[in-house]
Ligand binder design. Structure first.
Ligand SMILES: [Zn+2]
Length: 60
């Protein structure tokens, strides 16, 4: 899980081929409520990790 403004998902690195952020095997979900996003993942039986760079689980 990233914050929307996290560089990990918004700045395109040179070595990331086309489609690196929006295609391939990861499903992308945008949400403005972290709790409901995590509830949704749990209800689908999915695990999540929070990005260590943007710390979306910490209130700023
Ligand atoms: Zn991040």
């Amino acid at each position: 899980i990233h914050r929307a403004q996290c560089l990990c998902i918004s700045s395109k690195a040179k070595n990331v081929p086309f489609g690196g952020f929006t295609q391939r095997s990861y499903k992308k979900i945008c949400c403005d409520q972290l709790d409901s996003l995590i509830d949704n993942l749990k209800s689908e039986g999915k695990k999540h990790k929070c990005c260590q760079k943007c710390n979306p689980d910490k209130i700023i």
